[in-house]
Ligand binder design. Structure first.
Ligand SMILES: Nc1nc2c(c(=O)[nH]1)N[C@H]1C(S)=C(S)[C@@H](COP(=O)(O)OP(=O)(O)OC[C@H]3O[C@@H](n4cnc5c(=O)[nH]c(N)nc54)[C@H](O)[C@@H]3O)O[C@H]1N2
Ligand SMILES: Nc1nc2c(c(=O)[nH]1)N[C@H]1C(S)=C(S)[C@@H](COP(=O)(O)OP(=O)(O)OC[C@H]3O[C@@H](n4cnc5c(=O)[nH]c(N)nc54)[C@H](O)[C@@H]3O)O[C@H]1N2
Ligand code: SF4
Ligand SMILES: [Mo]
Length: 737
């Protein structure tokens, strides 16, 4: 690699902040110098502590550089050939004995688009299994399901972040960007500087809530009732945008009737948010001409997350705040490629381009790109938690890439036990995560700055994350891993040729596979990504662009090859448009003309409040909710390797209100035992008036006895199959002796 600065992007969250990296020839292997990259509009040079220290993981001593295989119970170094032979041997024999569906694949929303695409393809055409899903199921699947129901397409934000400071009011529901996306906080600060207002809905007075004009602190798990109560008031106070509802939506009468059953006083009893606060929120939301509702994991990670997000969307629709400039509903996605990772086929029910695996036209299209018989593609498989729960029973061998479920899955002790009961586990990772430590074979892979690939950030902006340094000896890329496994398992059919190791070649195929799908990337090239600093999907290739406005609506239709033929027929052979088509500009803003539903109207969803899967009772009287702190990322596999971050956030804790602490006789720093029906965790008390007295909060970044996910409830949302990370019932005691 040259010793010049390469513009690239952070490995961690969905903001995908831009940064410049230059190899540092005098430092240890993998050392780089990080400098500001002001030209990338999302973060304009700003980084959080995690992004700023991410290069340390490149040269970390604990970085894996040799494959490991289990021998006499211990993981010992091995050659790549040995490791790959073991994996292909084990997968092959499990398949021979138990069938293809006994093979499982688990992916991650941190994988690039190319990897996510190749992993889904590998599962379906090399292993022939339906049993593939990924950690994005734990992330924003409820918002995705609700978005598809209401708008016909799911893209995190339907507008760029730069629109936020120019709207009139933003409601942030269960989102704490001050800790989870610090450089994005600026958009909300600017909103308020411009005279707009910020409402934050969070059971805790977070650093984000401290910036708000109004902070509503509902009981965890009651956002659905809260949104319905607000909609009730919107109707009662005559604030419905009748013309908009008539012209751009369907299903209002039923949704209205459902909301009218949620009286403000009833909602106050459920949520703990007072009627005057509800009225103030409605006033602030409705007073300006434009407004937005943005949700994150708070309302989504619930066993009713899809309905909950649906209720917030209903509020936007009733007040005419969707599909209009500077207004709309959006979900702040989480992982580096949380958006793209959910579009290209590592999800149990999905094919590339956000196509459905059970749609015959989609199967035909993708099978043709893959050069296989559509009937050979398996059907939809289990969702993430259901897949983990089936390990050792129906699913006997697992290949895992880009997740650390021993720490991050709900009911984690059970998941760990399931992983241990497998006949065979292979994990590809950059460090020996808690999950990799259980594996039979561990493959050391390249990480972000050592490889090139695309990610799609929370705005739907596709980016090129470029290689900036040479990887260390001994590691290979995930794409190489899949190529070599395909060579071993599908040698007879020459399958390895279908798994290129050059990311751009994979992307070229992904373009074709996604063409005509909802998430159409066919007009995007690596070159454009560099020249334009990212391109928003949908971006159809010019020959199939549906028109200058390029709405997602057209792309979202069940477009298959018929559309191409029609377009071709419409253009005379010598039409210059055939030779020099203008590239599609990409679609920063969705829905301005129509929603991506067949009739172009958004759909209200009639929803009613229901309790969480587990409500407090005499045995487990306290609510537990979980989430994040600014200095650790997810399961901590990467950030726990950085000394500076460990100093800032050294370990787990239990946040609780002074009144609850007094009842327990607990002082700051005392060890608390938190027990749920799943298990018991122990961590020190952190006492603060910033949390409701009926609720405790634990971050989930650490393994060991303070592992929050020992406690969490795997109750699933019926539509999205999202587990209820954000609410379960616990009892709390001080630990004596
Ligand atoms: N520092 C850091 N940043 C990250 C990550 C990380 O691990 N660490 N992870 C990335 C990923 S993958 C994701 S998904 C995002 C997540 O980003 P966020 O969604 O902002 O993060 P969380 O802390 O999980 O949850 C947000 C808030 O929801 C609140 N909450 C809890 N229960 C409820 C409830 O019932 N209702 C409501 N309304 N709110 C509730 C919590 O108190 C918390 O403040 O962050 C991304 N950025
Ligand atoms: N209690 C509770 N639990 C939660 C949540 C919560 O709010 N509360 N949030 C959930 C959410 S939103 C999420 S997204 C999940 C995330 O939880 P996980 O799925 O565990 O995510 P990470 O910790 O990021 O794990 C990624 C792993 O892949 C490795 N890795 C990184 N990049 C690559 C790559 O390119 N290739 C390969 N092969 N490996 C790579 C990392 O080193 C790490 O070991 O946690 C969920 N769990
Ligand atoms: S906010 Fe997210 S993308 Fe930006 S530097 Fe921090 S972790 Fe990286
Ligand atoms: Mo996430």
């Amino acid at each position: 690699m040259q010793n010049t600065a390469t513009p690239t992007h952070c490995p961690y969250c969905a903001l995908q902040c831009g940064m410049n990296l230059t190899p540092a020839p005098d430092g240890p292997a993998g050392a780089v110098a990080l400098t500001e990259r002001a030209d990338f509009p999302v973060n304009r040079g700003a980084l959080c502590g995690k992004g700023r220290t991410a290069p340390q993981v490149l040269s970390s001593r604990v970085r894996l550089t040799s494959p490991l295989v289990r021998s006499e119970g211990r993981l010992v170094p091995a050659t790549w050939d040995e490791a790959m032979d073991r994996i292909s041997g084990a997968l092959g024999s499990v398949r021979a004995e138990h069938g293809a569906d006994a093979l499982g694949v688990f992916g991650g929303g941190g994988l690039t688009n190319e990897k996510a695409y190749a992993l889904g393809k590998f599962a379906r055409i090399v292993l022939g299994t339906s049993q593939i899903d990924y950690n994005g199921r734990f992330c924003m699947s409820s918002a995705a399901a609700a978005g598809i129901k209401a708008f016909g397409v799911d893209r995190g934000l339907p507008f760029p972040l730069e629109d936020i400071p120019r709207t009139g009011c933003v409601v942030l529901v269960g989102s704490n960007p001050a800790e989870t996306m610090p450089p994005a906080l600026r958009y909300f600060t600017e909103l308020r500087e411009n005279g707009g207002t910020l409402i934050v809905v969070d059971p805790r007075r977070t650093r984000t809530a401290e910036q708000a004009d109004l902070h509503l602190a509902p009981r965890p798990g009651t956002d659905l009732a809260l949104a319905l109560g607000l909609l009730h008031l919107v109707v009662a106070e005559g604030r419905v945008d009748e013309e908009y509802v008539r012209e751009r939506t369907a299903g209002w009468e039923e949704a209205r009737a459902a909301a009218m059953a949620h009286w403000p006083e009833y909602v106050e009893r459920i949520t703990g948010v007072s009627v005057p606060e509800l009225r103030e929120a409605v006033r602030m939301f409705c007073a300006p001409d434009t407004a937005m509702v943005l949700t994150a994991r708070g309302p989504e990670q619930q066993s009713k997350g899809t309905d909950t997000v649906g209720a917030w969307i209903n509020l936007c629709l009733a007040t005419g705040r969707a599909g209009r400039p500077l207004s709309g509903y959006g979900c702040l996605t989480g992982q580096g490629n949380g958006q793209g990772g959910r579009e290209h086929g590592q999800k149990a029910d999905q094919l590339p381009g956000y196509r459905k695996l059970d749609d015959p036209a989609a199967r035909r299209h993708v099978a043709e790109v893959w050069g296989v018989d559509p009937d050979s593609l398996p059907g939809p498989g289990r969702s993430a938690y259901e897949l983990l729960d089936a390990l050792g029973r129906d699913v006997k061998a697992l290949l895992l890439m880009g997740s650390n479920p021993v720490v991050s899955a709900p009911r984690a002790a059970h998941v760990e036990e399931r992983l241990r009961s497998l006949d065979f586990l292979a994990v590809a990772d950059v460090v020996l995560s808690e999950t990799a430590a259980l594996a039979d074979v561990v493959l050391p892979v390249t990480q972000w700055a050592e490889e090139t690939g695309t990610t799609t950030n929370l705005e739907g902006r596709v980016l090129l994350r470029r290689q900036a340094i040479t990887p260390p000896e001994g590691v290979r890329s995930d794409l190489q891993v899949l190529h070599e496994l395909a060579a071993r398992l599908g040698a007879r059919e020459g399958l390895e040729k279908k798994f290129p190791t050059d990311p751009e070649e994979v992307f070229e195929e992904l373009r074709r596979a996604s063409a005509g799908g909802v998430a159409d990337y066919s007009g995007i090239t690596y070159r454009r990504l560099v020249e334009e600093n990212g391109v928003f999907w949908p971006c159809p290739a010019p020959e199939r662009a549906p028109g200058a406005d390029g709405g997602a609506a057209d792309a979202a239709g069940d477009a298959d090859d018929g559309e191409d033929a029609a377009l071709d027929a419409a253009l005379p052979d010598d039409d210059p448009a055939r030779e020099l088509p203008d590239p599609h500009p990409g679609t920063p803003r969705l829905f301005l003309d129509r929603f991506a539903t067949p009739d172009g109207r958004a759909r209200f969803v009639p929803v009613a409040h229901r309790p969480s899967a587990e409500e407090p009772d005499d045995d487990y009287p306290v609510l537990l909710t979980t989430g994040r702190v600014v200095s650790q990322y997810q399961s901590g596999a990467q950030t726990r390797r950085v000394a500076e971050l460990n100093r800032a956030a050294p370990g787990p804790f239990v946040e609780l209100h002074p009144r609850l602490a007094a009842r327990l006789g607990a002082a700051e720093g005392d060890l608390l035992a938190v027990e749920s029906r799943r298990g018991r965790a122990v961590a020190p008390a952190r006492i603060t008036t910033a949390i409701r007295p009926d609720t405790v909060f634990m971050p989930f970044h650490w393994p060991g006895e303070g592992r929050a996910n020992i406690l969490t409830n795997p109750a699933l949302d019926p539509t999205s199959r999202m587990p209820e990370f954000k609410v379960c019932a616990v009892r709390v005691e001080t630990v004596t002796g």
